[in-house]
Ligand binder design. Structure first.
Ligand code: URA
Length: 232
């Protein structure tokens, strides 16, 4: 296969009908992050998760305790994408279970959304960046095919992008999160809402009008109203 053809495999728009996978045994994963995982590789999340658990496409695999694939429902209308696992996520293998995750659950509960039923939660990268640093562009690129497969399989009505890393990693939009939060964007036919990262809210506890928590309340209400509109 030519380089050009390989790179094209990353493109959402060039998706070809799924080739039935042999079953999450890791045999399909190119260990070199230069070699893509074609769209349509997986027919279900569990096969993808099995491959992720054996993945060595970037150096984060050397320091992880657990690969953090997702939690929630693969049938959920709302997909939530974070940056990457923190310490508690690395220890448990589940995304958003630390303090930021607890706050995220409260935010969802405020608009009657139940994480395990109504959402599918994952991250830009599936292994913890040491010291919780921001994942590098190479790490994000190595992990991206898995995320694209998750989006294809879940096919959510709305994607919630928490923080600038998720916005940039998925859509390539480099604008600051405070500039674009609360505004709908369409990426590859998917309706996306950029929101502030819950960890940022933890560092800014004020609830005054205009504060991060207040802005989050506005944004999550927009999301809930849109979900009600899309799911009669
Ligand atoms: N922050 C994230 O972005 N993701 C997690 O899973 C936990 C904290």
């Amino acid at each position: 296969m030519t380089d050009e053809a390989q790179i094209n495999l990353f493109e959402w728009s060039t998706q070809s009908p799924a080739t039935p996978p042999s079953g999450g045994d890791g045999a399909r994963i190119p260990t070199s992050a230069q070699v893509p995982i074609p769209p349509g590789t997986y027919t279900h999340i569990e096969a993808l998760a099995q491959d992720c658990r054996q993945c060595q496409r970037c150096d984060l695999s050397q320091t992880r305790t657990h690969v953090v694939v997702s939690r929630g429902s693969p049938q959920a209308p709302l997909m939530i994408i974070g940056e990457g696992p923190g310490q508690q996520e690395d220890e448990t293998g589940l995304p958003f279970v630390g303090r930021a995750g607890q706050l995220l659950e409260k935010i969802l509960a405020a608009v009657q959304l139940e994480p395990e039923r109504d959402t599918y939660i994952c991250n830009m990268v599936k292994c913890r960046p040491p010291g919780n640093r921001t994942p590098t562009p190479d790490e994000t690129a190595a992990c991206r095919p898995y995320l694209l497969e998750q989006i294809r399989l879940v096919n959510p009505k709305i994607i919630l992008l928490t923080g600038a890393t998720a916005v940039k990693g998925l859509t390539g939009d480099k604008r600051g999160i405070t500039k674009i939060r609360g505004q709908w964007i369409t990426w590859q036919n998917h309706l996306c809402m950029p929101i502030l990262h819950p960890a940022y809210l933890l560092r800014n506890p004020s609830r005054k009008p205009g504060s991060p928590k207040w802005l989050m309340w506005q944004d999550i209400q927009l999301v809930k109203a849109k979900l009600n509109e899309l799911i009669p």
